[in-house]
Design a protein around this ligand. Structure first.
Ligand SMILES: O=C(O)CCC(=O)C1=CC=C[C@@H](O)[C@@H]1C(=O)O
Ligand SMILES: [Mg+2]
Length: 363
């Protein structure tokens, strides 16, 4: 087994335990700087322009480090992919004490078994029947009752923009009843206008995810009064400090969620959650549970429903040679990430720099 320091950059790739976001594997690259390790792992369907903020986040972690935390642990939710009720129950029972679950709904299946993640407002394929969503949510509720007694666990759903307004009204009515009251519905519809319209038709609170992280103007969610909660993901939004700025401008409760990173990338999300003045909800940062392999020896997994806040540079966040051997990419994947990181680096270096002193002052 190889021991000793891991040379930067390092590419990783792992199968997912369950298909998620239409993905069976996840991969990325880790970069080492003076402050620690950072992760660059934009999804492959993101072009270079949309992927550039992901590199800004990696460079912040590697070169600058993170702002001081105001808490030492971050409560997290278990993430339940679009699976059958037995598997949903098993995922909650094995979640490391999470008392909040986020359940994927509004799946659309395409011919041949492919399932498309609706991010562009298009809604191809056939919508999953509400009965399947109700069964999944009911199984999660039963698992919580089994673990903690009745009425303790909280359930939220994430539709990734997969419903029309009318579908959202109909599906949420039944899912809300099965959940015993949903905490919120994340991105039930694709557009900000639809979220605003839906919010006036249902009692379930609405959370905006894609309408923040993939929007040219995330503040439209506020201008149109389209959400009760915003989901912030550090990589797509350009890092911890960029997210703190955005949270302040948005002025709504924030849920920090992962972009399906390794533990090195998850630590940046934990750093944001740790630095936010208020953290009223559990965060979606328990997603190492979805990975067959992680890149560190002791992955960021919940204990008693929370993740510890580790500073950048903490030895627990160092990539580990033995773990990386399990998460080894093919030569083709390694080459693809080296190319992509170089292209994104050139893109960022060509962009006008924001002096870090100004950034600090703006916070
Ligand atoms: O929020 C969570 O519980 C986990 C993260 C999560 O759900 C997601 C991570 C990455 C991509 C997205 O499809 C998905 C989301 O939509 O929130
Ligand atoms: Mg989401």
């Amino acid at each position: 087994m190889t021991r000793g320091p891991v040379p930067s950059p390092v590419v990783w790739s792992t199968p997912l335990r369950t298909r998620f976001r239409g993905l069976d594997t996840r991969d990325g690259v880790l970069l080492r700087g003076d402050a620690g390790w950072g992760e660059l792992s934009p999804f492959w369907d993101y072009d270079d322009a949309e992927s550039a903020p992901w590199l800004r986040c990696a460079r912040e972690a590697a070169d600058v480090g993170w702002p001081a935390p105001v808490r030492s642990a971050v409560p997290v939710n278990v993430t339940v992919p679009a699976v059958g009720p037995e598997q949903a129950r098993a995922i909650v029972l094995a979640s490391g004490g999470c008392r909040t679950a986020k359940v994927k709904v509004a799946q659309r299946s395409l011919p041949g078994g492919a399932s498309l993640h609706a991010v562009d407002g298009s809604r191809p394929g056939e919508l999953e029947p509400v009965a399947a969503e109700v069964e999944r949510v009911a199984a999660v509720r039963e698992a919580f009752a089994e673990l903690y007694g009745p009425g303790v666990g909280r359930i939220r759903v994430d539709a990734n923009g997969g419903w029309t307004v009318a579908e959202a009204v109909a599906h949420l009515r039944e899912i809300d009843a099965a959940a015993g009251g949903l905490e919120y519905a994340e991105q039930p519809c694709a557009t900000v206008e639809e979220l605003a319209a839906l919010r006036r038709l249902v009692d379930v609170p609405v959370a905006a995810d894609e309408s923040i992280r993939r929007a040219s103007d995330p503040l439209r969610v506020v201008a149109l009064d389209a959400a009760d909660v915003v989901v912030l993901k550090v990589q797509p939004l350009g890092g911890v400090r960029a997210c703190l700025d955005l949270a302040e401008q948005v002025g709504l409760p924030v849920v920090v969620s992962s972009a399906l990173e390794s533990s090195v990338g998850l630590a940046a999300g934990v750093a944001l959650a740790a630095a936010l003045p208020e953290l009223p909800y559990a965060c979606g940062l328990a997603t190492s549970q979805l990975f067959a392999h992680d890149v560190v020896a002791d992955p960021l997994l919940p204990v008693d429903g929370a993740l510890p806040v580790l500073p950048a540079g903490d030895p627990r966040l160092e990539p580990d040679a033995a773990a990386l051997a399990g998460a080894a990419p093919s030569d083709a994947v390694r080459a693809r990430w080296h190319d992509r990181a170089a292209r994104l680096g050139a893109l960022l270096d060509a962009a006008p720099a924001v002096p870090s002193a100004d950034r600090e002052g703006a916070r």
